[in-house]
Ligand binder design. Sequence first.
Ligand SMILES: O=P(O)(O)OC[C@H]1O[C@](O)(COP(=O)(O)O)[C@@H](O)[C@@H]1O
Length: 315
Amino acid sequence: ATETGNTDKACAASNDWDEMHRRILRDTSQSGVFLAALDQSGGSTPKALELYGISPNEYESEPEKMYELVHDMRTRIINAPSFTGDSILGAILFEDTMDRTIDDIPTATFLWQQKGIVPFLKIDKGLAEQENGVQLLKPMPDLDDLLEKAKRNGIYGTKMRSLIHSANKDGIATVVEQQFEIGKRILGHGLIPIIEPEVDIAALDKPICEDILRDELLRHLNALDKDQKVMLKLTLPTNVNQYKACVEHPNCLCVLALSGGYSQIEANDLLLRQNGMIASFSRALTEGLSAHQTDDEFNDKLKESIRSIVAASTT
Ligand SMILES: O=P(O)(O)OC[C@H]1O[C@](O)(COP(=O)(O)O)[C@@H](O)[C@@H]1O
């Protein structure tokens, strides 16, 4: 009986994954939806909490409290009436968020079953030191275990962020190579990787970085097998339709845009010019939300932000 039960559970999980995949294929080709990035790591959470009106004094003496506070913020976002699958195609979670619950339901399951939102997991361990104008991903020694855990938790795909600071051809080539190498391991576990080689918006030679990056991305996309599909998550480019060839590439499910430190207005404005790119904003999504707002004020602000980001993601 136990064996049958386990098999049934495994089937249910894989049916859910297939259903999520159908949703991704359908909705990324239509546009008018976007991904919410709710995956600030331990390193970027203090800044996110500060912007939300919670100062480090409130948790400094108890490091674990920081994760509780940021989970409360994410729970408030996810529970908001406007945060549904109608506008939010997917949400990217930090591992700690996946490990926690919302209304006593594991976060990824809650997102999919109660909200119709496809859950993704941030799997990187942060950035290595800068070399050759770029920061590669730090080693991920437990990657295979983490990917299996992600699958058990009903996660559809993953994301990992590296960072490009300047137009160093070798550096950018190494970043993209590492992203695709790990991306193939992720595909091997039956998950869809989001390849995220961010270009720093302050890079002095940003458009040149973006030309080198596009060429490297296409080289690696061209080398994938027919059934190896990935997503890309990229800085909003300087040139209009910079990543058109990636958007149209058969191995690319969709091209997402990160907000990168641009304000919501700037990010939306830049995104509007890029046909086929859809938002996967973190800072530009949570801009203007505060722990000190009433629920009505919070929900109204989030609704307006979601409306504007949907409009910018529609081309
Ligand atoms: O925790 P990290 O790796 O510093 O990433 C911070 C954020 O960067 C992103 O990749 C992009 O976020 P922004 O839209 O704020 O640029 C998010 O997914 C993530 O929350």
